[in-house]
Design a protein around this ligand. Structure first.
Ligand code: SF4
Length: 163
C-alpha cells in the first residue's frame, strides 16, 4: 500500500534523495552522532511553555503551536535551509486540505532568528509536482546514485552509503 508523504520526506527530498529512499523504504539506522544529540538538547530546552510535538496522522509532526494558531518548527541548523521552508509549506498544505488555514514560523535557536512561511497558490502546485516526484523516486528498486555531500559523515546512513 502506498504510504502518505510526510513532512520529513519533503525535507529529505531537498537534502538528499538517497536518504529519502532509505527513509520511505523503512531502512532505519541507529545514530549517535552529535547532531542528533544537539537536536535533542535544543528541543528539550527551547520553548518550554508551549504545546509541543503535535503529530497529525503520522504525516506531519509539528514542533509546537502557539495560541494564535501559528505553527512553529524548530531547526538546530546554523543556516536557513530551503528544505526546512518546504517542509513547513507542506505542513501548511496538509492542514489546508483539512480546512485549517494557518501560517508557520521556523525558529533557529542557534542563529537567534526566525523565518515566516506562508503557502501560495504556486507553492501548492509545486507541492503536487514534488509529491509525484517523491513517489517516483521511492518506488525505484534501488536508491538513487550516491552523490557525495559535505554532511554525509554526519548522516545516519553514512555506513549504508560508504562502507
Ligand atoms: S550518507 Fe550522504 S548520500 Fe548517503 S544518505 Fe546520507 S546524506 Fe545521502
Amino acid at each position: 500500500m502506498q504510504k502518505e508523504i510526510t513532512g520529513m520526506m519533503i525535507y529529505y527530498y531537498y537534502v538528499c534523495k538517497r536518504k529519502l529512499w532509505y527513509f520511505y523504504n523503512e531502512i532505519a539506522m541507529e545514530s549517535s552522532n552529535d547532531d542528533v544529540a544537539l537536536g535533542k538538547i535544543i528541543d528539550e530546552n527551547s520553548y518550554k511553555n508551549d504545546e509541543k510535538h503535535i503529530n497529525i496522522n503520522n504525516v506531519i509532526n509539528i514542533d509546537y503551536i502557539k495560541k494564535d494558531n501559528i505553527l512553529h518548527e524548530i531547526k538546530k541548523s546554523n543556516k536557513i535551509e530551503e528544505a526546512s521552508i518546504w517542509q513547513v509549506k507542506y505542513y501548511l498544505y496538509y492542514l489546508k486540505q483539512r480546512g485549517v488555514i494557518t501560517k508557520g514560523i521556523i525558529d533557529y535557536p542557534l542563529l537567534k532568528q526566525n523565518v515566516e512561511v506562508e503557502l501560495t497558490e504556486d507553492d501548492e502546485k509545486a507541492i503536487k509536482i514534488l509529491v509525484d516526484d517523491i513517489y517516483r523516486i521511492v518506488k525505484e528498486n534501488l536508491p538513487p546514485i550516491l552523490e557525495k555531500k559535505t554532511f554525509c559523515k554526519k548522516c545516519a546512513y553514512y555506513e549504508m552509503c560508504y562502507i
